[in-house]
Design a binder for this molecule. Structure first.
Ligand SMILES: Cc1cc2nc3c(=O)[nH]c(=O)nc-3n(C[C@H](O)[C@H](O)[C@H](O)COP(=O)(O)OP(=O)(O)OC[C@H]3O[C@@H](n4cnc5c(N)ncnc54)[C@H](O)[C@@H]3O)c2cc1C
Length: 710
C-alpha cells in the first residue's frame, strides 16, 4: 500500500516494476492503521450519538455517554493491545548482508518504485526511513560508505578483528532506547541502552569524571565525579561554598534554557511560517538573550560579583561547569551558553547510556526494520546530484560514476540526511539558484571542528587493569589558568602544550557495552578491551596538501569543493607530512592515556590515530567535522538566528526536497534520531502524524507496563 502523493510521470515510467514483498511488519502496520481508523470512526459516531441523545433527554444522555465512554475506552485499549502484541520484532538472527547490501541499479529498479529516497544512512536518515516505512511509504536509503549507520558504524583498524571501534557515538542519553523503539515500531526496545556507571571501583555509578590538568598532581581528590544532576549540584556547593550565590544564578539560568529547549525542538514540526510565530510567542526572553551568547561571556557575567579572594575557585568552578564541553563539539569560549547548560545540568539529569552490543546495533536494527517493510538500504551508493523536473521539484537522485551513474526516482520526496552544505552541493547550480539554494552563501553558520581519535586495542581484562564504565574528561585548567585560556592555548599550539593540558575525553567502548563481558572468552584465548582518546581538532591541521589548506574557506571551515574525494572503500592519498603528523599525535595521546591509566603499560597491542581527514573520508561533509554545523554562539547562531533557522528548515526551498539529521536539528545521536522522527511526520502530514504518535504511545506504554515482553 503506497501513498504516493504526487505521482510523477517520469518517476513511474522508469520504475514500472513489481512491488516489494509484503513483510510481517507491513501486515501488522496495516492492521493497526485499520484498527485506529476504525476506532476513530467508532468514537466519532458514538459521541455524536451521545450528543443527539442529550438533546432528546438529559437523563438518557448521561447513561448513553457513560456507556459510550466505557465501550470506546475498552475498544481502544483492546485495539491498542492487539497492535502492541503484533508489532515489529527484530529477526532472531541478523542477516550477514544487513547494512552491507551493495548498490545494484537492477536490484533497486526491481524493488521499486520508491516513494521516498533518502541520501545518507546515519541515525537521522535511517530513523526517518524506518518511520516512513511504518507509515507505508516505500523507502530507499543510499549510503556512500560501504557500511550503513553513518556515525554509529563500527570499524576494525587494518582488519584486526580483536577490536571494533565506534566511529562517532561514545555515549548518549537513555531515551535513545525509546526513540529507536518508536522508530522501528517495535513491541519491546530492540536494543537496550543501559545507563553507564563506574560501579567497578568506588561503587558510586559515576558515568563521567572531570579532572583539571593543572591540579592533576594533587591526585584524585580534585576529580569531580558526575552521577546525577542532584549529586552534581550538591557537590559543587560543597566544594565552592564561597560561590553559592553565583552558582545559584548559573543554575537558575541554565534551567530556564533547558526548559525552553524541548519547545525549540518540538517547533521544528511546524512549517517555517508558523514556526517563526510560535518561536517568538513560546520561547522565553532568556532563550533569545543567552542561547546566542558564548559560555565564556555568560559565565564571566554571572560570576562578575564573586569576591576577589575566590578568583582561583571561580576558574576551577568554570572548568567543572564546562567539563563536558567536548560533547558540544565546540570550544567553550565559542559555544552557545545553551550547550553548556545542556551538558552541565541537562546531561547529568538524564545520565549517560551506551547501546548493548555496540553502537552498530542502532543502524543495523533500523535497516532491519526498514527492510521488513519493503524498504532497502544500499551501501557504496554515493549520490552526486538531486534530480529536479522542469518546475524545479525534486524527483530523484543521480548516483556518482562510482555507482554507475544510475538515476533513481521518488514519487513523494527526496530526503537529504548528509548535512546542509552537502545538500546544497547536490542541487544543480542552475536550478538551485532559481530555487534559492544559492542562498547557501548566506548561511553564516560555520562547519564544526573535527576530532583526533586514538583507537587503542588492549590485551587484558578491564577489571584487572581498572578500566571503568565511565568517561574521563580532562580539562586544561586550575592553578591560575581558566579553561577558556587553556583551550585557547591548546588550539593555538596543539603539539606544544604539556600533555596534561590537552583537553581530551578518555573512554572504554568494551567496558561501556554491558553485553561485551557477558560473552565467555573461549578456552586458551585472551580477553581484549578497547580504549579511545578524543580531542577537538581542526581539519586545517591535517589538510591533505598545502594547496588544500590554502583553498579552505577558513571562515566557514569548509574544504575546497574542487578536491578529489576518494570513495570510502579505497585508500586515500595523503600529503607526505600526514604520517609524520599522525605519529606525533599518536605518541602524545598514548602517553596521555598511560599517564591516567598506568596499568595499561605493556598491554597496548594497537594504537591507531584517526584525524578530521579520516572523518571526512568516511563520513563526508566537506569539512572533516564531527558534528556537522557548529553549535557556536554569535553570528548565525542556530538556536536564535531566525534566518539560519529558516535556511536549516527540514522542508528545503526546493519543492519535494527535505533535510534531516544533525544539521536539521542539532548534533548528537539522540537529536539526529529526533530530527529523523520529526522529518518523517512532517512529510507524512498531520493525519498520519497523529496516527503515528498514537501508535508510538501505545507501544511505549505496552512495553513500559510489561504487556509486551522480550
Ligand atoms: C568522532 C565522533 C564522536 C562523536 N561522539 C558522539 C557521542 O559521544 N555522542 C553523540 O550523541 N554524538 C556523537 N557524535 C556526533 C554524532 O555522531 C552525530 O551528531 C550524529 O550521528 C549525526 O547523525 P546524522 O544522521 O545526521 O549524520 P551521519 O551519522 O554523519 O550520517 C550521514 C551519512 O551520510 C552519508 N553521505 C554523505 N554524503 C553522501 C552522499 N553524497 N551520498 C550518499 N551518502 C552520503 C555519510 O557517509 C554518512 O553515513 C560524534 C561524532 C563523531 C564524528
Amino acid at each position: 500500500m503506497c501513498k504516493s502523493k504526487i505521482p510523477n510521470a517520469s518517476a513511474t515510467a522508469k520504475n514500472a516494476s513489481a512491488p516489494a514483498p509484503t513483510g510481517d511488519g507491513e501486515v501488522a502496520d496495516f492492521a493497526s492503521t485499520f484498527g485506529w481508523i476504525a476506532g476513530a470512526v467508532v468514537i466519532v459516531v458514538l459521541l455524536l450519538g451521545g450528543l443527539v441523545a442529550y438533546f432528546i433527554s438529559s437523563y438518557v444522555s448521561l447513561l448513553t455517554l457513560a456507556a459510550t465512554c466505557t465501550v470506546v475506552t475498552g475498544a481502544t485499549i483492546a485495539v491498542a493491545l492487539m497492535y502492541a502484541k503484533q508489532a515489529w520484532k527484530p529477526p532472531a538472527k541478523r542477516s550477514r548482508s544487513c547494512g552491507r547490501q551493495r548498490f545494484s541499479a537492477e536490484d533497486a529498479e526491481k524493488k521499486g518504485p520508491w516513494d521516498v529516497i533518502i541520501v545518507g544512512s546515519g541515525s537521522g536518515g535511517l530513523t526517518c526511513a524506518s518511520v516512513l516505512s511504518q507509515l507505508n511509504y516505500k523507502v530507499l536509503v543510499l549510503e556512500a560508505h560501504e557500511l550503513a549507520g553513518g556515525s554509529t558504524h563500527e570499524y576494525n583498524v587494518d582488519g584486526k578483528t580483536n577490536w571494533a571501534f565506534p566511529s562517532g557515538l561514545h555515549y548518549t542519553i537513555p531515551a535513545s532506547e525509546q526513540m529507536l523503539q518508536v522508530a522501528c515500531g517495535a513491541a519491546v526496545p530492540p536494543v537496550r541502552f543501559p545507563k553507564m556507571g563506574d560501579d567497578s571501583d568506588l561503587g558510586d555509578s559515576a558515568y563521567d569524571r572531570v579532572r583539571l590538568g593543572r591540579l592533576d598532581k594533587a591526585g584524585l581528590s580534585d576529580e569531580l565525579r558526575i552521577i546525577s544532576d542532584v549529586q552534581l549540584r550538591a557537590e559543587l556547593r560543597e566544594r565552592f561554598p564561597g560561590l553559592e550565590p553565583q552558582l545559584a544564578k548559573f543554575e537558575k539560568l541554565a534551567m530556564q534554557l533547558l526548559q525552553a529547549f524541548p519547545i525549540w525542538c518540538a517547533l521544528h514540526a511546524l512549517p517555517m511560517g508558523a514556526r517563526r510565530v510560535a518561536c517568538k510567542a513560546l520561547l522565553p526572553a532568556v532563550w533569545w538573550q543567552y542561547a546566542s551568547k558564548n559560555s565564556e561571556e555568560v559565565l564571566m557575567e554571572l560570576f562578575a560579583d564573586a569576591p576577589a579572594s575566590e578568583a582561583e575557585n571561580v576558574r576551577q568552578l568554570h572548568a567543572y561547569i564546562c567539563g563536558l564541553w567536548l560533547d558540544a563539539g565546540c570550544a567553550p569560549q565559542d559555544v552557545s551558553f545553551f550547550m553548556i547548560a545542556a551538558v552541565s545540568l541537562g546531561f547529568p539529569h538524564e545520565g549517560g547510556a551506551y547501546p548493548e552490543g555496540g553502537t552498530k546495533q542502532l543502524g543495523m536494527t533500523l535497516v532491519e526494520s526498514l527492510e521488513s517493510r519493503g524498504g532497502a538500504c544500499y551501501v557504496r551508493a554515493p549520490v552526486q546530484q538531486v534530480l529536479l523536473d522542469e518546475s524545479g521539484r525534486a524527483i530523484g537522485v543521480e548516483l556518482s560514476e562510482l555507482a554507475g551513474g544510475a538515476k533513481l526516482y521518488a514519487k513523494t520526496a527526496v530526503v537529504s540526511a548528509c548535512g546542509w552544505r552537502n545538500t546544497a552541493q547536490l542541487c544543480p547550480r542552475m536550478q538551485s539558484s532559481q530555487q534559492g539554494f544559492h542562498e547557501r552563501e548566506k548561511l553564516q553558520l560555520r562547519q564544526g571542528d573535527g576530532f583526533v581519535m586514538l583507537n587503542v586495542g588492549i590485551k587484558g581484562d578491564a577489571a584487572e587493569i581498572g578500566l571503568p564504565c565511565c568517561n574521563l574528561e580532562l580539562q586544561p585548567a586550575g592553578d591560575g589558568m581558566s579553561v577558556f585560556d587553556g583551550v585557547r592555548a591548546y588550539l593555538e599550539d596543539p603539539l606544544g602544550v604539556p600533555i596534561t593540558e590537552i583537553p581530551a575525553m578518555l573512554t572504554f567502548p568494551t567496558v561501556k557495552d554491558r553485553a561485551y563481558h557477558k560473552k565467555a572468552v573461549p578456552e586458551g584465548k585472551s580477553q581484549y578491551e578497547t580504549a579511545q582518546v578524543l580531542c577537538l581538532a581542526k581539519t586545517s591541521w591535517f589538510a591533505a596538501t598545502e594547496e588544500e589548506e590554502e583553498e579552505m574557506d577558513s571562515e566557514k571551515n569548509v574544504l575546497s569543493s574542487n578536491r578529489t574525494h576518494t570513495p570510502a572503500w579505497k585508500v586515500p592519498t595523503r600529503n607526505k607530512n600526514y604520517a609524520e603528523m599522525k605519529e606525533k599525535w599518536r605518541e602524545r595521546l598514548v602517553n596521555l592515556l598511560l599517564h591516567h591509566y598506568p596499568k595499561l603499560e605493556g598491554k597496548i597491542e594497537l594504537a591507531d590515530l584517526s584525524t578530521p581527514l579520516t572523518i571526512e573520508h568516511y563520513l563526508p561533509t566537506g569539512s572533516g567535522t564531527a558534528i556537522g554545523l557548529d553549535t557556536n554562539a554569535g553570528k548565525g547562531c542556530r538556536f536564535t538566528d531566525m534566518e539560519t533557522m529558516a535556511l536549516l528548515d527540514m522542508r528545503t526551498v526546493v519543492d519535494g526536497l527535505w533535510l534531516t539529521g544533525q544539521d536539521a536539528l542539532m548534533c548528537g545521536v539522540p537529536l539526529a534520531q529526533a530530527a529523523g522522527l520529526i522529518t518523517a511526520i512532517r512529510i507524512a502530514g498531520p493525519i498520519h502524524a497523529t496516527f503515528f504518535v498514537l501508535k508510538a504511545a501505545t507501544l511505549l506504554a505496552a512495553s513500559f507496563f510489561g504487556i509486551t515482553k522480550s
